[in-house]
Design a protein around this ligand. Structure first.
Ligand SMILES: [Zn+2]
Length: 213
C-alpha cells in the first residue's frame, strides 16, 4: 500500500501516520524528518538544506524532491509507505507521479484529513513540542506525566510561535489555497479519500482503516 497523507495543520496527520505505520507495517516518509536527518548527518543534500534553514528560508523544491527521490530508492520502500509533507501542489504531484512511474511504484490512495477550523484551533493551541526529539503532546488530549517535560526523552516542551490562534487561522487559509490544486489533481485521478477528522484519533483511525481495507 502506497499512500499520500494530506491535511491542514492540526488535522492529526502525525498521529494517523503513526497508527497507519504500525497497523499496516508501512514506512513513514515525512519531508520534515528527512530534512532534519539529512542536516544532522551532514549529507550532501543536508549541507545544502542547512544553509536555507539557518537563514530562515524555505528549502527549495528541488532539494526536497531529491531527498524524496533518494528515500524512495531504498529497498524497504517495497513494504509500502505513507508520504507526508509532499507533494504540496499539483506540479509537485506531477513530479511525484513521474518519479514513482520510473520506479514502477503505484500510488494507491491520497488520504485527505478534514477538520473544522474550531477543532484545529483547539488542537494546535494546546500542542506542545519537544525541543530534543520533536515529539508532539497536548495539554488536554495528550498530557505528559510531568508538565513541560517530554515523556520520551526528558527534553523541554515548548509552544510553537505559529500555534497562536491568529497564526493558526492564517496557516489554515494558506494551506487551503495551496492545496486546492492538489485536491483537484488527485480527485481527477480518483485517488482522493476524504476522511472526517473532527473526532478523537482512535475514531478517525477506525474510519481510515475501513476505507483502506
Ligand atoms: Zn523528547
Amino acid at each position: 500500500m502506497q499512500i499520500v497523507l494530506l491535511g491542514p495543520p492540526g488535522a492529526g496527520k502525525g498521529t494517523q501516520a503513526k497508527s497507519l505505520k504500525s497497523y499496516f507495517n508501512l514506512i513513514h516518509i515525512s519531508t520534515g524528518d528527512l530534512l532534519r536527518k539529512a542536516v544532522s548527518e551532514n549529507t550532501k543534500l543536508g549541507v545544502e538544506a542547512k544553509e536555507f534553514i539557518e537563514r530562515g528560508d524555505l528549502v527549495p523544491d528541488k532539494l526536497v524532491i531529491e531527498l524524496i527521490n533518494e528515500r524512495l530508492s531504498k529497498p524497504d520502500v517495497s513494504r509500502g509507505f505513507i508520504l507526508d509533507g509532499f507533494p504540496r501542489n499539483d506540479s509537485q504531484a506531477d513530479i511525484l507521479d513521474k518519479m514513482l512511474q520510473k520506479k514502477n511504484i503505484i500510488l494507491n490512495y491520497v488520504v485527505y484529513l478534514e477538520a473544522s477550523e474550531e477543532i484545529i484551533i483547539q488542537r494546535l493551541s494546546g500542542r506542545r513540542v519537544c525541543r530534543s526529539c520533536h515529539e508532539n503532546f497536548h495539554v488536554k488530549n495528550m498530557p505528559t506525566k510531568v508538565e513541560g517535560i517530554c515523556d520520551i526523552c526528558g527534553g523541554e516542551l515548548y509552544r510553537r510561535s505559529d500555534d497562536q490562534e491568529e497564526a493558526i487561522r492564517n496557516r489554515l487559509k494558506i494551506y487551503t489555497e495551496k492545496t486546492e490544486s492538489l485536491v483537484d489533481y488527485y480527485s481527477s485521478q480518483e485517488k482522493l479519500l476524504k476522511i472526517d477528522a473532527n473526532f478523537d484519533a482512535p475514531v478517525v483511525f477506525e474510519k481510515l482503516k475501513s476505507v483502506l481495507l
